[in-house]
Design a protein around this ligand. Structure first.
Ligand SMILES: *Cc1c(COP(=O)(O)O)cnc(C)c1O
Length: 390
């Protein structure tokens, strides 16, 4: 059609099909849809996650690359990427539960998850019972005929209780329940819950997987195909799909995940160990310390113990606030898993919606400071902490 007018030529750009080579870096497929020669291939792609790419809310090649990469790291068969960690958690819980169902969740949960699970009970009639993440007997005792799912976190925020994944997932399996593990704090470098019997792993890829404090994202990874297809169908109805550019940033960050985790963990060991010996500090919560209640469980699951810890200042809330405003290098900010060291005060920020009783259930006191350790030089971080404590 060589006689086309400029108005038409401007619209219909050439779409190159690259022959004989592929780009080294995964391209950003910034398109909302795909073009077909064959209507049957088009229709088939709409009905399943592994057909042709059709429409961006269903799937996209950049997003698929991320899904395959994380499934590979976690040892799953497939995954569903989402626009945020909460998008992944909601897609899994709402995709698998219905009114009248019951779920068992561990006591200490990420703030957003805790709020969402409370909402499930009040708005959707999905009841919840909380049990400790390392107590399979409590899990068994909490089971009802309508129980469907067990929800755990590998390492919980902010005092770092570690779930006994082998024991809890084995109990769930025996009782016919689906087990879901939020592995955000450990990352697949430190722990792969599917290897310990979990059915589904969820992540906020906003944190360690992307690693640079510049993108939001989430993902759910599946041990088997059936649950994967169920959640994929629900996620595309919910519209929790990520943008290809967000997926691309996450992929780019993930290439250095093993190197970053090594430094996060080594820096945390230095800070946690030195703070444990400081007179202004009444307790340090990091599972790498033999004094931590979860140390024994953690040693069974992980070669190192993560880049997040918290500590209690003997001077309570006032001391906590003074410490945080005296820091010069570490930043007062939400989130974790990025290259910069961040601190926050859980009682007034991340966990502010919890009652006094719920705060105690999470092991949080007025003087608790949470630290998300970055990849700076450990001695520079310690100099900053020491001057702020003084
Ligand atoms: C941040 C976080 C979430 C929520 O992820 P978003 O990307 O903020 O939606 C869920 N679980 C854990 C453990 C987190 O740290």
């Amino acid at each position: 059609m060589s006689e086309l007018r400029p108005e038409t030529r401007a619209v219909h750009l050439p779409r190159p099909v690259i022959k004989g080579s592929v780009p080294i870096s995964v391209p950003i497929y910034q398109t909302s849809g795909f073009v077909f020669d064959d209507p049957e291939v088009f229709a088939d792609g709409m009905s399943r996650p592994d057909g042709a790419f059709v429409y961006g809310r269903l799937s996209n090649p950049t997003v698929r690359s991320l899904e395959e990469a994380v499934a590979g790291l976690e040892g799953g068969v497939a995954s569903v990427a989402t626009a945020s960690g909460m998008g992944a958690i909601n897609s899994v819980l709402l995709g698998l539960l219905k009114p009248g169902d019951h779920l068992i969740a561990q006591k200490a949960l990420y703030g957003g998850t805790a709020a969402m699970i409370n909402d499930l009970a009040s708005r959707f009639g999905i009841a919840v019972t909380h049990v400790p993440g390392d107590d399979p007997a409590a899990l068994r005792a909490a089971v009802r005929p309508e129980t469907r799912l067990v929800y755990l976190e590998t390492i919980a925020n902010p005092v770092c209780q570690v779930a006994d994944l082998p024991a809890m997932c084995a109990a769930a399996k025996e009782l016919g329940l689906v087990s879901v593990v939020d592995n955000t704090f450990a990352s697949p470098i430190l722990c792969r819950p599917l290897e310990h019997g979990a059915d589904i792993v969820v992540h906020s890829t906003t944190k360690y997987l992307s690693g640079h404090t510049d993108v939001l994202g989430g993902i759910a990874v599946f041990a088997a195909d059936e649950l994967y297809r169920k959640v994929w169908h629900y996620a595309i109805e919910l519209g929790s799909t990520p943008d290809p550019f967000a997926a691309w940033l996450t992929l780019r960050g993930m290439q250095t995940l093993p190197l970053r985790m090594e430094r996060h963990c080594a820096n945390t060991r230095v800070l946690a160990t030195r703070l444990a010996g400081h007179p202004a500090v009444s307790a340090v919560h990091w599972p790498g310390l033999p004094t931590h209640a979860s140390h024994e469980v953690a040693v069974k699951l992980m070669p190192e113990f993560g880049g997040v810890f918290s500590f209690d200042l003997a001077g309570g809330r006032a001391a906590g606030e003074r410490f945080m405003s005296a820091l010069k290098l570490a930043l007062l900010a939400p989130s974790l898993g990025g290259v910069e060291t961040l601190v926050l005060h859980p009682a007034t920020t991340s966990h502010r919606s919890l009652s006094a009783e719920e705060l105690a259930r999470h092991g949080i006191s007025e003087g608790t400071v949470r630290v998300a350790v970055g990849i700076e030089h450990a001695e520079d971080l310690w100099t900053d902490f020491a001057q702020a404590l003084a």
